[in-house]
Design a protein around this ligand. Structure first.
Ligand code: ADP
Ligand code: NI
Length: 218
């Protein structure tokens, strides 16, 4: 199948699969990661078809909403690509990216896999967690969990396990210090780092303004 056609079919499939997805991982998150991946491809070498397919399929079945099952996403992607007779090498690569995109997976499974294509899509996914969009997503998540915006009596805690972190009722501002402000140093590609730097600075400015308004100083 021609690439344009393959990508269009994949877009339609993902849109349909994510119809009822929650706000943080809806079709528009995928679209942003897809667009940012294409932007990164202008400056970073990588197999464009693999990057585009992986960007589109990377959140196809979030384990959080599938009883913790981490295999459903990669399997769904594999079955879909096989149904379109995509070549085996491309399928394997895309499936490996989806399996290993989350940091947790790549460490716990002991099967370190990486590739330039994975690095590009992972950077694009992380870029969507910072900057203006990242701020919107964080407060959206906090609202969904009924968390406080900020509470000066609850300091950020950088030593929580993943489990503790999920259960924590910490105010949303803490998420900036516990996760979002750390992402710029985790970027893989040169272009990703550059974009992250701008978005990072935007968050710092935002926090400055936030505290000024909080303290009645503005
Ligand atoms: P991903 O699937 O991208 O690894 P998550 O599912 O953990 O990330 O988070 C999705 C979005 O929700 C991200 O933008 C993230 O910053 C935000 N988020 C996750 N946990 C929190 C939290 N405790 N407080 C505020 N926002 C959060
Ligand atoms: Ni994602």
């Amino acid at each position: 199948m021609e690439e344009t056609q393959l990508i269009l079919r994949t877009i339609n499939f993902v849109k349909k699969e994510l119809q009822d997805a929650e706000g943080g991982h809806d079709w528009f998150h995928i679209e942003r990661v897809f667009n940012t991946s294409k932007l990164l491809l202008k400056y970073e070498e990588g197999n464009a078809t693999v990057v585009k397919l992986a960007a589109l399929l990377h959140d196809i079945a979030d384990p959080k909403f599938h009883g913790g099952n981490e295999n459903i996403g990669p399997e769904t992607a594999k079955n879909f690509l096989e149904s379109l007779s995509v070549d085996g090498q491309t399928i394997d690569h895309v499936v490996n990216i989806i399996k290993h995109m989350s940091f947790k997976n790549s460490l716990e499974k002991g099967t370190m896999f990486t590739s330039k294509e994975l690095q590009i899509v992972q950077d694009a996914d992380r870029l969507d967690a910072i900057g203006a969009i990242g701020i919107a997503r964080a407060f959206n998540y906090g609202g969904f969990k009924n968390r406080e915006l900020h509470n000066p009596d609850v300091p950020p805690n950088l030593n929580m396990s993943k489990e503790e972190y999920k259960k924590s009722k910490a105010p949303t501002i803490n998420h900036f210090y516990e996760k979002l402000l750390l992402l710029k140093d985790k970027m893989n590609t040169k272009t990703g780092k550059k974009l992250a730097e701008e978005r990072h600075q935007f968050m710092l400015n935002y926090l400055d303004q936030f505290y000024r308004e909080w303290n009645g100083e503005s």
